[in-house]
Design a binder for this molecule. Structure first.
Ligand code: HEM
Length: 478
């Protein structure tokens, strides 16, 4: 493919692959965007400019350029594009993840970091994690007596019930959780559907013919009706004055709303948008991680065995591995990192947008350029990783390499000001769950198949999950 480099003595534009009229480079990012973008970056460079329909889009595929972006130009790259579904479903872009860089984002993110997802709050939700884990383990035991267990829906229900109880509290009914779970699944499906507006803003009227607008509106009505009724129930039950004593996330947000000492006040739509954000960001990411983790363990029985030995050594034959036990499990932590390296749940993170004219690696980058960071490709870059395609948790043993935003070769939670604020919440859930899944059961492929036979195909969309459900035999550990 030809590469175009617009020559300008001081600040050239980043290289671009040859583009077609009207659609630009849109056809070149299919069928699986992070794979296609990796292949393009090998030809055109780790910083390249694509034209996705009418949208100039900068693709970043190396740790060097990501490091420069974060260390010297983080603010310039901290915007988010105004995308159709996050705007229409998210109360006019009021979710933290999709609000544009500015005062609202700064205040709502601060609330999130200090009050919703702080270490203390994450710790306070331990009983929820424990009781949902017990229910899931019993369900697996029960289902395994009659053949292979379809682990995918079980894991999805598990992560979604944790979010439901954490956000809405104990009084929320099982049926209500299931409803929310279905709405979030529908939202994930819609986020994966192509819409004209996000790539051809001047032709957005075409979306009216695809029935997409009607589907988005109908889902918004259902989601809003549901969240509004839960918020209403909390108000009727009485809003607490003391934020620290609040039991669930709706409680926290409503008590913050009453707090006059805050530098800004939240409207009711903003409260609902923040709650919705917790569901969207927290449910499928943790589920996707657990699905891939179990898939890799089945394909790598030696790793599974070694992990089981560790849980036995630290926790003995107790009924449940505790969170204190988990903190002593170094191999478990290495397995978790290796799964996140090979299968980052959001392989292209979340799209960014430059908020001002800037530059990167000597190239000129105008304001309002969409920016995509290929975290999937960075985690497999052979310049940094030995045998990058292999699942080898050992690479993380005796290494300080971490996903907290300081190591630009490993960025499953993103980087800079926009880094995932739910990391602690997520890690507490996934480490604890994975440790217990392997502590309680031995896992095998059904019908005498071996782990190597497991189909590892992915589906594309904003998140990357297994294309086929994960069916496994679970044998109770002695
Ligand atoms: C394994 C689980 C998870 C992964 C891999 C993950 C990954 C990410 C990524 C890649 C971003 C974008 C970062 C960037 O633009 O640089 C993000 C943003 C975000 N995540 Fe997570 N996440 C996970 C779990 C959670 C959980 C459990 C919550 C909350 C309950 C959460 C809340 C958020 C929020 C609010 C944002 C938006 C931050 C902003 O734009 O300022 N995430 N996450």
């Amino acid at each position: 493919a030809k590469t175009r480099k617009k020559a300008n003595s001081q600040n050239p534009q980043p290289p671009s692959p040859f583009k077609l009229p009207i659609i630009g480079n849109l056809h070149q990012i299919l069928p699986v965007p992070y794979r296609s973008l990796q292949a393009l970056s090998l030809k055109h460079g780790p910083v390249m400019l694509l034209h996705l329909g009418q949208i100039p889009t900068l693709i970043i595929s190396s740790s060097d350029s990501l490091s420069e972006m974060t260390k010297t130009r983080d603010i310039s790259f901290s915007g988010r594009p105004n995308l159709k579904i996050p705007r229409q479903i998210g109360y006019n872009s009021k979710t933290i993840a999709f609000s544009t860089y500015g005062d609202y984002w700064r205040h709502s993110r601060k609330i999130c970091v200090l009050h919703l997802l702080s270490s203390k709050r994450v710790h306070s939700f331990l009983p929820v994690r424990q009781s949902e884990l017990s229910s899931m383990l019993s369900l697996i035991s029960h289902q395994s007596s009659s053949g292979p267990v379809n682990l995918s829906p079980i894991l999805y229900t598990f992560t979604s019930k944790i979010l439901c109880r954490v956000a809405f509290g104990r009084s929320v009914l099982e049926d209500q959780c299931r409803l929310m779970h279905d709405y979030i699944r529908e939202l994930t499906r819609l986020l994966g559907v192509f819409n004209v507006e996000d790539y051809f803003p001047s032709l957005k009227w075409l979306d009216r013919f695809s029935n997409l607008d009607a589907q988005i509106y109908s889902l918004f009505k259902k989601l809003d009706g549901f969240i509004s009724s839960v918020v209403e129930d909390h108000i009727i039950a009485g809003v607490r004055d003391d934020v620290a004593a609040a039991g669930d996330l709706v409680d926290v947000l409503l008590s913050l709303q009453k707090d006059d000492s805050l530098e800004f006040s939240l409207t009711m739509d903003e409260v609902k948008a923040i709650i919705l954000n917790m569901f969207i960001a927290g449910t499928s990411t943790s589920f996707i991680f657990l699905e891939w983790a179990m898939s890799e363990l089945i394909r790598n029985p030696k790793v599974l065995k070694k992990l089981q030995q560790e849980t036995r050594m630290v926790a003995g034959k107790t009924s449940m591995v505790t969170e204190e036990d988990v903190n002593k499990m170094h191999y478990l932590k290495a397995v978790v990192k290796e799964v996140l390296r090979l299968h980052p749940p959001a392989p292209l993170l979340l799209p960014r947008e430059t908020i001002e004219n800037t530059e990167l690696q000597g190239y000129k980058i105008p304001a309002k350029t969409r920016v995509i960071i290929n975290a999937w490709a960075i985690g497999r870059d052979p310049k940094f990783w030995d045998a990058p395609e292999e699942f080898m948790p050992e690479r993380f043993m005796n290494s300080d390499l971490d996903f907290r935003g300081q190591d630009f070769d490993f960025v499953p939670f993103g980087v800079g000001r926009r880094i995932c604020p739910g990391m602690q919440f997520a890690v507490a859930t996934i480490e604890f769950t994975l440790a217990n899944l392997v502590h309680h059961f031995d896992w095998e492929m059904p019908s005498g198949l071996s782990g190597e036979d497991l189909n590892m195909e992915e589906t594309q969309g904003l998140t990357m999950h297994r294309k086929y459900p994960l069916l496994l035999i679970a044998k109770k550990m002695e």
